[in-house]
Design a protein around this ligand. Sequence first.
Ligand code: ATP
Ligand code: MG
Length: 362
Amino acid sequence: MAVISKLSINHFRNLESQYITPSEEINLFVANNAQGKTNLIEAIYYLGHNRSFKTKTIKEVIHFDHQSFQLNAQIDNNRIKLEKTKNKNTITINQQRISNTSQLSQILPIQIITPDKGFVVNGTPKNKRSYLDWGVFHVKPSSVKAFKTYNKVLKNINTLLVRNKIDELDFWFLALAEAAAKINQNRIKYLQQLKQTVFSDSLELLSTLINPLDQFDYQFSSGWPKEVDETNQQSIYNYLSNNTHHLLKVKHLNYGSHKASIRFSLNNKNECFLSRGEQKTLSIIFWLTQVLLLVNLKTKPVVLIDDLSSELDNKKINVILQYLKALKVQTFMTDIGHNLDVIKSINPRIFQIDNGVIKVKD
Ligand SMILES: Nc1ncnc2c1ncn2[C@@H]1O[C@H](COP(=O)(O)OP(=O)(O)OP(=O)(O)O)[C@@H](O)[C@H]1O
Ligand SMILES: [Mg+2]
């Protein structure tokens, strides 16, 4: 179970040196536009991922007037410190330096809901994969090995294709097929677990977000062509091997597990036809189901929700809050403050952000 009991932030975007003591349950950060709400959510996300969801450039997240930022947090019994300059990166867990980011993610599993990262329903395949693989990783941390191998082998294959090195390809096709079959098995199993979670009784509250007669569904799309049995190593290998000449022509592997996605639908209507409000509501159902599955498996993630009330009516906001409260997951949410009454009903710890300074609101 992950709970941040103390968080200190130094020079992260507009957030100057300060620390906060969050509640174990729901924390609400209220501010007008451009005060630092998304920056705070980004800082907590950074702690769990060692990267931002908004940019790949470290310089952008360091305060304009400084050369480095530091984030420091007490999470359960672990002390995490992260310090970044433009070209140096230091992460320590309990004063031990680490280089493996997956350790961070295990200590601080984060489920994030923010318009800046985009919705999962009608989102980009990359965004869908990132949520899918987040779940796969937290349900089965050892799955990270197959992902790492796959990415390394894919890079080698693409280099060989560019250099026309046909003789060396076979070895790497075998390695890719082995990793891809494992990834597909893990992803399929995870989505099955997720669907069973959706249909369990404990999710009744969440299902009130949509009409009871509505059919919300999602299907795995492996990224491999239809004729490939995606869970079978031999079938993947045969396909790669039989299509070598085509691949040498296009000079990169244009299908595979790195192209996987999830296809969402509501009442058999494809996700692209849904309204933005529907896309947001269904995305939230999907994300919160992921949270519930992990809670059931005794891994409690920290939930980040930026801009809670935009595009949602009071009834929906209320259901989401009641649900998070019932799950007892630590939640950090931001809001502009127009719907405070409905949010206050669940007794959050309320902070105010003014120009990058966070204070407990009395
Ligand atoms: N590296 C940086 N150094 C200093 N300030 C920065 C940096 N990066 C962004 N900012 C500033 O931080 C401020 C707050 O940004 P943030 O995105 O957190 O606002 P917000 O409260 O989420 O606003 P909104 O309600 O519009 O979403 C902005 O004015 C932005 O210009
Ligand atoms: Mg914002």
